[in-house]
Design a binder for this molecule. Structure first.
Ligand code: CTP
Ligand code: MG
Length: 372
């Protein structure tokens, strides 16, 4: 039986928000929510220490099956209150900071593995990259410890339940639990920590934490193709622009092959159907819609499915019109229709071969990268 105490009773003074730090939002969850999600798969009991007055709110985030206790004035006092709620059959206890929200499940697993292998105290740590000085009260250097033997320690820290309980019986205060266990005469093992287990202390730490969440995003790509034959008496709409003096293309829409190819690439990337299923004949309200309108509708559909656009790229294939001179304008039109997404537009001929090479029409191939 493995228990975990998540210390979340701090006020987050250095962060400077008007709510306790554990309740701050990071992506789709609060800091505490992340910490719980990451520990839950490897422990049997979770106890959260809450700031006085926030117990109900913390219980709501934690959900059923998680014990919430009121924290104390210091972190060590909070941990002691948590310890009092640990199931007495527990063999191991992990003590974790809600502020180290993104410490991974694998890190907790590694801590537990070292406990199971026989260590009574196991803590993650990263090598120190800066030279560290010990100073006296007047600001003068006393010593320079050898950097290679220093570690910056993190949580979750894992202990044998009986050893941790005995160490806390002293009632002492310390910035981590390993100090108390070491003071009680036990050996503390260091295992490799993680950059993502950073302690969120000030607002800048939140942006760094976001980069780790970004890693967890799912990216998907899709390709879309469209072609239309030239049609006499039609004006040409291409890449969201009107091209005066050019021959237009046949079709019941404005025939903007670049816009249509991008729509299909986005539908393909997000698995939300295609142009036909979304705007086809069964949806008469879209007949005659412009390429730009369809792009904006597509953006709405993929946004509702939870996706954002990373970028789209389209290559127009045809002898004419010459795209180069209006490339920036076309990129602006497509990007505006897609809510400001990054867009690239390329163009090529096919050396006189095939449908577009023979001058019969225009085609476009698009790709899209989206994420969730
Ligand atoms: N903590 C706690 N009880 C306390 C103080 C801190 O449970 N009396 C918890 C915090 O919620 C945090 C962890 O211990 O998850 C590490 O503390 P720290 O990062 O210092 O958080 P705060 O004390 O909230 O921040 P600050 O020191 O800036 O006020
Ligand atoms: Mg603190």
């Amino acid at each position: 039986m493995i228990a975990a105490i998540i210390a979340a009773a701090g006020s987050g003074e250095r962060f400077g928000a008007h709510i306790p730090k554990a309740l701050i939002q990071l992506g789709d969850k609060t800091l505490l929510g992340h910490a719980i999600t990451n520990l839950a798969p490897v422990v049997d009991q979770i106890i959260v220490t809450a700031p006085a007055g926030y117990e109900a709110q913390i219980q709501e985030i934690a959900g059923e099956g998680i014990t919430v206790v009121t924290g104390g004035a210091t972190r060590s006092q909070s941990v002691r209150r948590g310890l009092a709620a640990v199931d007495t059959t527990a063999e191991y206890v992990l003590v974790h900071d809600a502020a180290r929200s993104l410490a991974s499940t694998d890190l907790a697993r590694a801590v537990i593995a070292a406990l199971v292998a026989g260590d009574v105290a196991v803590i993650p740590g990263l090598p120190e990259v800066d030279t560290v000085k010990e100073i006296d009260g007047s600001g003068f250097v006393i010593s320079t410890p050898d950097r290679s033997s220093l570690r910056k320690v993190q949580t979750p820290q894992g202990f044998s339940y009986s050893v941790l309980k005995a160490a806390h019986a002293s009632g002492a205060d310390a910035t981590d639990d390993a100090v108390l266990v070491a003071d009680a005469g036990h050996k503390v093992r260091i295992i490799a920590g993680e950059e993502r287990a950073l302690k969120i202390t000030i607002p800048a730490d939140l942006s760094q934490a976001m980069t780790f969440i970004g890693d967890a995003q799912t990216f998907r790509t899709g390709v879309g193709i469209d072609a239309h034959a030239f049609g006499e008496g039609r004006e040409l709409w291409l890449a969201g622009l009107l091209w005066p003096g050019e021959i237009g293309v046949d079709g019941h829409s404005d025939g903007d092959v670049a816009a249509h190819a991008i729509c299909d690439a986005l539908f393909a990337a997000t698995g939300t159907g295609d142009l036909g299923s979304n705007f086809g004949t069964s949806r008469p309200e879209y007949s005659g819609a412009s390429g730009s309108q369809l792009l904006t509708e597509t953006l709405k559909i993929i946004t509702e499915a939870g996706f954002s656009i990373s970028n789209v790229s389209v290559q127009i294939i045809g002898n004419r019109p010459r795209i180069g001179g209006r490339r920036a304008e076309a990129i602006g039109a497509i990007s505006a229709a897609l809510g400001g997404a990054p867009v690239s537009i390329l163009a090529t001929t096919t050396d006189g071969m095939g449908l577009t090479g023979e001058g019969k029409g225009i085609a476009a191939i698009a790709s899209a990268l989206v994420f969730k």
